[in-house]
Write a protein that binds this ligand. Sequence first.
Ligand SMILES: [Zn+2]
Length: 234
Amino acid sequence: MALQPNSALLVVDMQRDFMPGGALGVPEGDSIIPKVNAYIGQFAMAGAPILATRDWHPPETVHFQAQGGLWPPHCVQGTPGAEFHPGVKLPEGIIVLSKGMDPREDAYSAFHARALETGATLRDHLRALGIEHLYLSGLALDYCVKWTALGAIREVLGVTVLIDATRAVNLAPHDAEETIETLVRAGVQFETIETLWVTCKACEEFGVTPLETGASAAEEAIRSAEATVHGSEP
Ligand SMILES: [Zn+2]
C-alpha cells in the first residue's frame, strides 16, 4: 500500500489530559506517541497536509458529569491539561482546530471543530486543500476518532484509521472492538505504519521498529470484525 492521492493526516486530541495520569487518561494513550510522530514525519516527507484537533471546553458544559454529561472535567480552555503532549512533534505552523467550545455540545467529531483565529471548519480546510482521503491518528478511538471517521464518510471522503496510532477509552470493555466493527461496516479502512509505507527506512529515523505490530488487541479485532463483515472468509 501507499498513500492515497490528495490525502491529509489528522492528529486527534493528543493532549495532556488524555494521557495516563491526566484528567481523562486513555489507557496507554502515551504509548502511541512514537507512532504518531512517525506518521507526522512520513506525511511531511510525502508533502501531504497535516492538521491537528484539540478538545477545548469551557469550565461548564453538558459534556461534563457535573452538568449531566459522561466525563470528568478535561481539556478546559487555557489549562495545562488542554496543552498538546510535549512529546508529539506537531510541525511548525500546523492548522489546529478546536472543538467542544459550545457548552451545549459534546462535539466528538472533528467536523465540529474550527480554527479559533478564522472560524474555518475542518470541512473548509479540507476543501481548500483539495483533500479526498483522510488518515486518522490520536485519541480516543471509541469517541473522537470514531465520530470523526464516520463524519468523513458522511462527507464522501475516503477514510483510513491508523490503528497503531490510536487507543480506546474502553468505558465498557469491548468498546474498541465494537468501534472497529462499526467503522469497517461504514467503509473505513485500516492501516499500520508497516502496511501503509512500502519502504520503512524512515521508521528507523523516527524510532519505530518496522515489524513491531504483532498481535495488538486492536489488530486482532480488525481481523475478527472483517471476518464478521465478509462472512465466510477464514
Ligand atoms: Zn471532551
